[in-house]
Design a protein around this ligand. Sequence first.
Ligand code: RIB
Ligand code: CA
Length: 317
Amino acid sequence: MKKIILFADTGIDDAIALIYALKNPEIELIGVVSGYGNIEREKTYRNVEYLLELAGRTDIPVIAGATRPLSGDEPVFFPEIHGMEGLGPIEPPIPEERYANRTNFSKLFNLIKNNANEVTIVNVGRCTSLAIAHYLSPEVMEDVKETYLMGGAFIEPGNATPVAEANFFGDPIAANYICQHVVDLTIVPLNVTRDALLTPRVVNLIDMLADSPLEEIIKPILDFYYEVYQQLEPGIEGTPMHDLAALMAALDIDGLFQYKKRQVEVEHKGNLAYGKSIADFRPGSSNCFGPKCSRIALEINQDLFVTNVFKVLTNHR
Ligand code: RIB
Ligand code: CA
């Protein structure tokens, strides 16, 4: 069983990753760090509180992450993709006192210290909160076993700009720091998460078997996301589960991903390529070795992905 701390900007695909983490018996979710990204920090925090409440798991601590990127710029939010509240059509009925003005970041360090060398971090939003954790306490962060990131796009178009993926584009300074300094890092980029599709047929089957409030919100939020994606990429067969794919990478499911090891940099000074992830994939380049090398997922087995997701999301534990 893996002890996981999820860093998220919850968000529809973040929500599905969180639901999967709560339902998978191979995951012990020990905390969620909730920062700005798809929507404002307070809303992402509230959404996590809501999902944990639906799951009957309000014992899991929610930690307030960053509210803006390290550049200090105003963040750009994406209500047109995730809905005004971040969960498509749903307005989470959580009172403001449960999510406003949180200042509990030190809880994160206690969680890591109390589970030294056992914690897997999965970061599926902007990298700001994770970079801040490394800036604030490099000693404690050395006790993290491994880190997974959903972010970047290699040798393929981005989604936030023609060259940059949204999580890296949202805070390229933080993303570059993490890619350059965090050891045991695995990156699950847009190249593969684009193929981590759930079709409406699979979503309908999951819904037919839903028997709890947590399972029952999967279809409305994914139906909303599907409509959005039909506008963004007409004809796409389903909705890309970016964040869920990154979480699943942490489970080492045999054959789910193919990886290459490369040194990764994120453009954070320029203008046109701001947020672009760069690694050397020229013919003749080969796997690198050493602490600066990240493992990058380059292919996903779609059948294995769908089979596993269906099994976990319809498991009534
Ligand atoms: O580019 C996809 C990523 O950006 C996902 O994490 C999504 O939730 C958004 O944050
Ligand atoms: Ca996300």
